[in-house]
Write a protein that binds this ligand. Structure first.
Ligand code: KG4
Ligand code: ZN
Length: 421
């Protein structure tokens, strides 16, 4: 099937068109077109994601990005044969345009662009439209959701709402072939169930038990800040620009080889040592807490002003060690208790090199469990993972998904949407 996917849950605007076929457990996925735009630089001056800016950016970017994603030479065409009979019937066209205008009533720029786009192009060869319904920033989610609804209604194509976190889980189903050869296409992987998923993003830190594809129980969650949020906040304490995760990660990285050298050859004195707590590491559950760790960094930073570059690196490394040690310890315990066949790790923080290498070490302790990590651009927010999750649900229960209506109470954006049904 061909599926159009739209993701606007945070500060990435993403659109993708996928062709998905074969077994649901290891689908064959081709990316027919893709457009991804990160607004991170624009949010940097606010030190974090500014919801109204995210909303405005999504509104301005969606139509040009849809054109780009559909421009792969297959979908949009003014060729009469690709324009459905309904769309050439001006009466229906007019009614539909009016409904599109109702759906996008609050989205000024997007409404105008969408209407002129719909009038200009024919109907694309797409079977379903997947869109992130939540979790995320509601003002941002609404933009993508309303846009997807407008397209669904105008083109008569079913709408498939997707949970962003399930997208992160299923992002591991495909692997960038480029990492193996020079080929840009994706190859699929077979996921084994039951699985444990560790989700680590800007909004979530969760351990999830999945007895089968598409069924999830949250066994552990953060009690306060998410791990990605802690990376971003600590980065701010060190005067590093948003998004802080990658910044902390590369600072810490610099100290690692050097650090092991120091540890092996000289003994560090206590005054040079930076040490932060590992919150809840020994608690008898799978929950996390990152706000205390951030506070510990803040106290330390306040006492040691001005920070030398070396000290900043040490802080970044020790913070990264502390944050990741808790993730690894809790995940180890979940693997031992649930004895799954697979460990899946998804969410933006999995872009972190140290986390990846600690997970490789962890999985070596469990020879019967396969580790699945997302590759390349699929680690952070993207529309490919939303398309994969959408296609999976659509193929399982096609009758459950219908063309969108102009009624905003059906399929609303849901900032706190849970993975559990
Ligand atoms: O999944 P994602 O792209 O968006 C959300 O759904 O939240 O995750 C974004 C989070 C941010 O907090 C960002 O700082 C963090 O992932 N992140 C990283 C790295 N790259 C992104 N954290 C640590 N190390 C990284 N290399
Ligand atoms: Zn995400």
């Amino acid at each position: 099937m061909k599926i159009l996917a739209i993701e606007t849950s945070c500060d990435e605007t993403a659109v993708a068109v996928l062709d998905i076929s074969g077994d649901l457990g290891a689908p064959k996925v081709s990316v027919l077109g893709e457009a991804l735009y990160s607004q991170a630089e624009k949010h940097a001056e606010f030190g974090g994601v500014y919801p109204n800016l995210a909303k405005r950016e999504h509104q301005q970017n969606l139509v040009p990005m849809l054109r780009e994603a559909l421009g792969g030479g297959f979908a949009i065409s003014n060729d009469e044969s690709l324009i459905s009979k309904q769309d050439t019937n001006s009466r229906i066209q007019k009614e539909k345009i009016e409904m599109v205008e109702t759906i996008l009533v609050r989205e000024d720029v997007l409404r105008e662009q969408t209407v002129s786009f719909l009038k200009e192009v024919g109907m694309p060869d797409i079977d379903a439209i997947a869109v992130t319904q939540g979790p995320g920033l509601e003002p941002a989610l609404w933009v993508g959701l309303n846009f997807a609804k407008a397209l669904s209604l105008a083109w008569g194509i079913p709408l498939v709402p997707v949970n962003h976190m399930e997208g992160h889980i299923l992002s591991v189903l495909v692997q960038n072939r480029k990492e193996i050869s020079n080929d840009e296409s994706l190859i699929s992987r077979q996921l084994e169930f039951p699985a444990i998923a560790l989700l680590v993003s800007g909004g979530h830190t969760q351990l999830v038990h999945a007895p089968e594809l598409g069924t999830y129980t949250i066994i552990g969650d953060t009690r306060d800040d998410a791990v990605g949020e802690a990376f971003d906040k600590v980065a701010r304490l060190l005067d590093l620009p948003y998004p802080g995760g990658p910044q902390i990660s590369s600072l810490a990285e610099k100290t690692r080889p050097e650090h092991s050298h120091i540890l092996e050859n000289t003994r560090m004195t206590d005054t040079e040592k930076v040490s932060f707590p590992r919150p809840m590491i020994n608690s008898n559950d799978y929950d996390f807490s990152y706000s205390g760790l951030k506070t510990a960094v803040r106290y330390f930073v306040e006492q040691r002003q001005p920070l030398s570059d070396e000290l900043k690196m040490e802080i970044a490394r020790e913070f990264e060690d502390a944050a990741i040690e808790v993730l690894i310890t809790k995940t180890r315990r979940a693997l031992a208790e649930f004895t799954p066949k697979a460990l899946i790790v998804g969410g933006g923080v999995i872009a972190n090199k140290h986390l990846r290498s600690e997970l490789e070490k962890l999985i070596a302790e469990f020879p019967d469990i396969t580790l699945h990590l997302p590759t390349g651009k699929l680690a952070t927010d993207n529309a490919v993972m939303i398309g994969i999750a959408g296609a999976l649900h659509y193929q399982k229960h096609p009758q459950e998904f219908t063309v969108a209506t102009a009624d905003p109470t059906t399929i609303p954006a849901h900032g706190g949407l849970s993975l559990e049904k």
